[in-house]
Ligand binder design. Structure first.
Ligand SMILES: Nc1ncnc2c1ncn2[C@@H]1O[C@H](COP(=O)(O)OP(=O)(O)OP(=O)(O)O)[C@@H](O)[C@H]1O
Length: 359
C-alpha cells in the first residue's frame, strides 16, 4: 500500500499544499516550525481520523480558517483509494473513502495501516497508564475490527455505570438491580478486551524482544508485561468485592480501563532505571515491533513515519534503524528532518528511490 498524492487545505500552518509522493521514501526538510511534522501528522490523520500530536480537532484547523481538508490518494491491492478527512469549526469531522462518508470512524481504522516513530513516543514511558493502554489498543484495533467496537461499547457502559454511582450518592439511594445490569454488560465486554489484550501481548512480546536485541546488540534483557486486575480475578467478582469502594468513590475502580503495561529492563522499571539511550531503544523496538505485528496480522505493509528522529537519536541508533528499513519488508517511508544534507546522506544509504521536499 502506498500514498501516491497528498493535498492539504488549511491544515495547521498550511493554507494549501500538494505533494506527489515517491513510492518508497519521502523526506520533508526545513527549518524549525515550517510544518514538517504537520505533513507527517496529516498522513497519520488519513489513517486514524485524528492527529497523533493534537487530539483536539479544531486546533488542527489553520488559525485563520474555518475548515481543513486532507486529501490522500492511495494505491492498495492494485486499486486506487481516495481518502478525505475534513473538519469544519462547530461541525463533526468527516472521513470519506472514494466519496462515501463513513458512518462510524471505527470502520476506517486498520484500512490504511501506519506506524509513527516520534520523540513524542517518550510519553509511553513517562506518562500514566492511559497512554500505554492507547498504544495497546491502537495496535490491536488496526488488525481486529471487533476489538475497537468492543472497546467503544465498554467505555460507554463504564460512563453510564459511573453516572449511576454518582446518582446513587447524590440522591442517597441505591438500586442493586440497575447496577447489576451494567456489571453484567461490563463483565462481558471487559472479559473480551482482557482476553484480546492478553493474546496480543503473548504474540507481541517475542517480536518486541527480537527488535530490542537487534537495536541494542543483545546487551540487556527487556520485559513487557500486561498488568490487569482481571489477570487473577474475573470482573464480576471484582465488582462484588469493590462495591463499597466504588460507591464511596462514585466511580468504577476496577476493570480493563485500569490495565497497564509494565516496561522493564534487567527486571527494573525502565522509567526509573533505564538510561536515556536504553529508553530510546526500548521505544523504537516497541514501534518496530508494532510495525511487524500489524504487517503480519493485516497482511499489509504499514506506512512508516519517522518524525524528527535524526535530530534526537545518536548516529548509531539512526544507522540501526536505517539498516532495519534497508530491507524489502519495509514499505513507504516518510521522514522529517531539519537538515537536508544529513537526511540526503542517510537516505542514500537506503538503496531505494526517494524524494526530498524542501518546506
Ligand atoms: N492550527 C494551526 N494554525 C496555524 N499554525 C499552526 C496550527 N497548529 C500548529 N501550527 C504551527 O505549525 C508549526 C509547527 O509545525 P511542525 O511541528 O510541523 O514544525 P516542524 O517543521 O516539524 O518543526 P521542528 O523542526 O521544530 O520539529 C508551528 O509554527 C505552529 O505554530
Amino acid at each position: 500500500m502506498i500514498l501516491k498524492a497528498l493535498s492539504l487545505i488549511n491544515y495547521k500552518n498550511f493554507e494549501t499544499a500538494s505533494f506527489t509522493l515517491d513510492s518508497k521514501i519521502n523526506c520533508f526538510v526545513g527549518n524549525n516550525g515550517v510544518g514538517k511534522t504537520n505533513v507527517l501528522d496529516a498522513v497519520y490523520h488519513l489513517s486514524f481520523g485524528k492527529s497523533y500530536f493534537n487530539p483536539i480537532t479544531t486546533q488542527n484547523i489553520n488559525h485563520d480558517a474555518e475548515f481543513f481538508v486532507i486529501d490522500g490518494v492511495y494505491e492498495k491491492n492494485e486499486r486506487e483509494e481516495k481518502v478525505i478527512v475534513s473538519a469544519k469549526r462547530g461541525q463533526k469531522k468527516v472521513i470519506k473513502r472514494n466519496g462515501k462518508v463513513y458512518e462510524r470512524f471505527s470502520d476506517h481504522i486498520g484500512f490504511l495501516p501506519l506506524v509513527i516513530i516520534s520523540p513524542a513516543d517518550r510519553d509511553l514511558i513517562i506518562e500514566g497508564s492511559e497512554t500505554r493502554r492507547k498504544f495497546m489498543d491502537g495496535v490491536i484495533s488496526q488488525s481486529d475490527k471487533n476489538y475497537l467496537d468492543t472497546l467503544i461499547k465498554y467505555n460507554k457502559t463504564l460512563s453510564q455505570r459511573n453516572a449511576l454511582l454518582k446518582y446513587f450518592s447524590a440522591n442517597h439511594t441505591f438500586n442493586p438491580e440497575t447496577l447489576a445490569i451494567y456489571n453484567e454488560q461490563m463483565t462481558a465486554l471487559g472479559t473480551i478486551i482482557h482476553t484480546k489484550r492478553k493474546d496480543f501481548l503473548e504474540a507481541f512480546t517475542p517480536i518486541f524482544k527480537k527488535r530490542y536485541a537487534a537495536i541494542s546488540g543483545d546487551k540487556e534483557e527487556v520485559k513487557l508485561k500486561y498488568k490487569s486486575q482481571l489477570n487473577d480475578t474475573p470482573l464480576d467478582h471484582l465488582f462484588t468485592e469493590n462495591l463499597k469502594k466504588d460507591r464511596a468513590l462514585q466511580y468504577t475502580s476496577v476493570g480493563t480501563h485500569r490495565d497497564d503495561l509494565s516496561f522493564k529492563i534487567e527486571s527494573h522499571p525502565i522509567k526509573k532505571f533505564g538510561s536515556q539511550g536504553q529508553q530510546k531503544s526500548y521505544l523504537i523496538a516497541l514501534k518496530l515491533a508494532q510495525f511487524d505485528f500489524i504487517k503480519i496480522q493485516s497482511n499489509t505493509t504499514p506506512i512508516l513515519l519517522l518524525d524528527d528522529i535524526f535530530d534526537k537519536l545518536d548516529e548509531s541508533r539512526v544507522m540501526q534503524i536505517i539498516d532495519l528499513v534497508n530491507d524489502e519488508s519495509f514499505g513507504q517511508l516518510f521522514i522529517s528532518d531539519t537538515h537536508a544534507d544529513r537526511t540526503e546522506a542517510i537516505v542514500k544509504e537506503i538503496h531505494q528511490t526517494y524524494k526530498l521536499f524542501k518546506l
